[in-house]
Design a protein around this ligand. Structure first.
Ligand SMILES: NC(=O)C1=CN([C@@H]2O[C@H](COP(=O)(O)OP(=O)(O)OC[C@H]3O[C@@H](n4cnc5c(N)ncnc54)[C@H](OP(=O)(O)O)[C@@H]3O)[C@@H](O)[C@H]2O)C=CC1
Ligand SMILES: Nc1nc(=O)c2c([nH]1)NC[C@@H]1CN(c3ccc(C(=O)N[C@@H](CCC(=O)O)C(=O)O)cc3)C=[N+]21
Length: 289
């Protein structure tokens, strides 16, 4: 799309995702020949419609690839110990290679305790502190799915990272911190911004690559981005029943170089990299036939 002198490239997350899923299909078939069916178990507590929709897409994607996929839907009032017991059971279940507990959890459940209960070998979200620590020091681990998906999107669109100025909006353990580490590993110069950052606009305007992960619909406007920049929109917000990213797509489209749309950008990649991690976990299983 040619707009206002900048050649806008919309990064197609569904297409990149499908290409990676084709490669994963081959690996899954090879595993099945050895008698190993990669298995993912997702636990969801309560009835958040957005979470349920994500869990459904993931379940569908796994089944399409011939994986085992199970969803445990627990009542919002379930006790912490019941949840921990279920995780313990799944930790010991040889047919399950990945365990994901959908976040956030209700306030009466200690998120930290739950994450730390998941076996580090099955922690396909990569949220366990040991796995997060491995990412920090650059050891092999389960890379958190959304940041890993962002890296794949950047690579598949031949976007140069080395030496580039990257600004990440958001510092959560799920997105902001791990994507900052991964881009640092790729030799970017990374700045992390958050709700206390002063002069935000001046900082974001410097970015060659801007990653927005704050959870505020249409927050990033034209005057916050540099001409020709790559903008990765992680936000998933619901506005009047419609999905909106953290970036005001219509407002920035004449300024940016590359942009990920919402939906169809980072979201599908998150599910693909979750499958990637589950397959990776299943490949570590010894034996088979
Ligand atoms: N596409 C996908 O696959 C996924 C999408 N998401 C979406 O990404 C978004 C972020 O998720 P997540 O990281 O879990 O969110 P969190 O709520 O955990 O973190 C939000 C971060 O944004 C910062 N922030 C909030 N407001 C501002 C502001 N006005 N200016 C600068 N920084 C701000 C917060 O700062 P502080 O730390 O100071 O509070 C915090 O660090 C959400 O919309 C979520 O739905 C999340 C996961 C996967
Ligand atoms: N333990 C845990 N791990 C997570 O990875 C995790 C989580 N908890 N809690 C919630 C967030 C959010 N998240 C999304 C994943 C896919 C889409 C996705 O596929 N989005 C589609 C659209 C989906 C729709 O239409 O609703 C898209 O952007 O094209 C969105 C959001 C994972 N999260």
């Amino acid at each position: 799309m040619k707009l206002g002198g900048v050649n806008l490239q919309i990064i197609n997350g569904r297409e990149v995702s499908n290409n990676i899923r084709e490669d994963l299909q081959i690996k899954i078939n090879e595993l099945k020949e050895k008698g190993i069916v990669p298995g993912l178990s997702v636990i969801i507590v309560g009835e958040n419609p957005a979470s349920q929709s994500y869990v459904r897409s993931k379940d569908k994607a796994c089944k399409k690839l011939g994986m085992k996929s199970e969803v445990h839907s627990l009542d919002k009032d379930v006790s912490e110990s019941e949840l921990l017991d279920l995780i313990e059971k799944l930790n010991n279940d040889d047919t399950i290679h990945g365990i994901l507990v959908q976040l956030p959890l209700p306030a009466h459940i200690d998120e930290k305790k739950v994450i730390e209960k998941i076996s580090i070998e099955k922690d396909v979200d990569g949220f366990h502190p040991i796995n997060a620590g491995k990412l920090l020091v650059g050891e092999d681990t389960f890379i958190p799915c959304t940041p890993h998906g962002i890296i794949k999107l950047i690579e598949s669109n031949d976007i140069d990272v080395e030496g580039k100025r990257v600004v990440v909006l958001g510092r959560s353990n799920i997105v902001g911190k791990p994507i900052s580490l991964l881009l640092l590993q790729k030799n970017a110069t990374v700045t992390i911004c958050h709700s206390r950052t002063k002069n935000l606009k001046e900082i974001t305007k410097e970015a060659d690559i801007l990653v927005a992960a704050i959870g505020k619909a249409n927050f990033v406007k034209r005057d916050m981005v540099k001409k020709g920049a790559t903008v990765i929109d992680v936000g998933i917000n619901r506005v009047d029943g419609k999905l909106a990213g953290d970036v005001d797509f219509e407002d920035v489209k004449e300024t940016v170089g590359h942009i990920t749309p919402v939906p169809g950008g980072v979201g599908p990649m998150t599910i693909t990299m979750l499958i990637y991690n589950t397959v990776k976990s299943a490949m570590k299983v010894k034996g088979g036939k």
